[in-house]
Design a protein around this ligand. Structure first.
Ligand code: PMP
Length: 307
């Protein structure tokens, strides 16, 4: 992986090599940290880099820190300002991925959330294609359950909960699948290891509600808004495991995976076995919207370089 040149660390921007923590750091030992993942897309004709919905991402990030009893003394706007300062130094002219991290920073033993110093770091790295050049992927249903709101809230992007995601992802990958969907404690489908999902059933674009132990994805929200603008009917409701065996179309959504078609679930072909019309329409509109090429959704794009 290409390493960044700089990091925001302990209140200022420093060379990335200086952004280091000790092995006793609370967040590293106990998973008491929250993170975000934001993309910025390079628009070649405009010679501009556009952040995708950074205020929405930072609002969720701060909500995650609130769940962990953290107080960073930041607002979504101040986090965006730091990000723009960092990117002004990095001078990327390509698609990138930004990783803010809030962590319990004391180098101390003792599992708790209160009375521990919080720190913030932000770095930006070149982004990668999550599933390479695959047209569509094969998912399984994981034998691992998704973390429950009363265990580690999936609503927060909490570092410790990603041990659950890592168990889900590696079991699927080592068994030859690209990804896995998980069931929540009720036995309904919730999401993938690090992405939300949508299915089309009887022409209706359907995704689990935010009360089914999902991360409230910014891409998920964007897909719902794009669908509305395309006149595609949408529904948020609990989804049974076998509905994804018999649905017409299925896709994943997330900052990293963008809109990725799923063509097989546990060796059953999804729909006709090729990318369906609703997935295609959403994927195309999303790909334009993130690069600031959809006038209707320009409010989603924040330019990095002054003009
Ligand atoms: N669920 C999980 C568990 C995730 O880690 C992510 C990635 N942030 C998502 C869903 C998708 O969220 P977003 O669209 O905001 O990236």
């Amino acid at each position: 992986m290409d390493l960044p040149k700089y990091a925001f660390f302990q209140g200022k921007i420093v060379p990335y090599s200086e952004a280091k923590v000790g092995v006793l750091t609370h967040g590293l030992n106990y998973g008491t940290a929250a993170f975000g993942g934001i993309r910025a897309y390079w628009n070649e004709p405009e010679q501009q880099l556009y952040l995708f919905r950074p205020i929405e991402h930072y609002t969720r990030f701060l909500n995650s820190t609130k769940i962990l009893l953290m107080n960073l003394g930041q607002s979504p706007e101040s986090l965006l300002k730091i990000t723009l300062e960092l990117l002004a130094l990095e001078q990327y002219r390509r698609d990138i991925y930004i990783r803010p991290l809030a962590y319990k920073a004391d180098e101390s033993i003792g599992v708790k959330l209160h009375g521990i110093k919080d720190e913030l770091s932000i770095v930006a790295i070149p982004s990668i294609k999550y599933f390479g050049d695959k047209e569509g992927i094969h998912v399984t249903i994981s034998s691992w359950r998704r973390v429950d709101d009363n265990v580690i809230p999936a609503r927060g992007k909490i570092a410790g909960a990603y041990a659950n995601s890592a168990l889900i992802k590696s079991d699927a990958a080592l068994a030859g699948y690209d990804e896995a969907l998980t069931l929540n404690q009720d036995g309904h489908l919730s999401e993938g290891s690090a992405m939300n999902f949508f299915m089309v059933r009887n022409g209706v674009l359907t995704t689990p509600p935010v009360t089914d132990n999902i991360l409230e994805g910014i891409t998920r929200r964007s897909v719902l808004e794009l669908a509305a603008s395309l006149g595609i009917p949408v529904q948020e409701r609990p989804i049974d495991r076998t509905e994804v065996f018999v649905c017409e179309e299925l896709f994943l959504s997330g900052t990293a995976v963008e809109v990725t078609p799923v063509l097989q679930v546990d060796h059953r072909t999804v729909g006709e076995g090729k990318v369906g019309p609703i997935t295609t329409a959403i994927r195309q509109k999303f790909a334009k919207a993130v690069r600031a090429e959809e006038p209707e959704f320009r409010a989603w794009n924040v330019p990095v370089y002054p003009r």
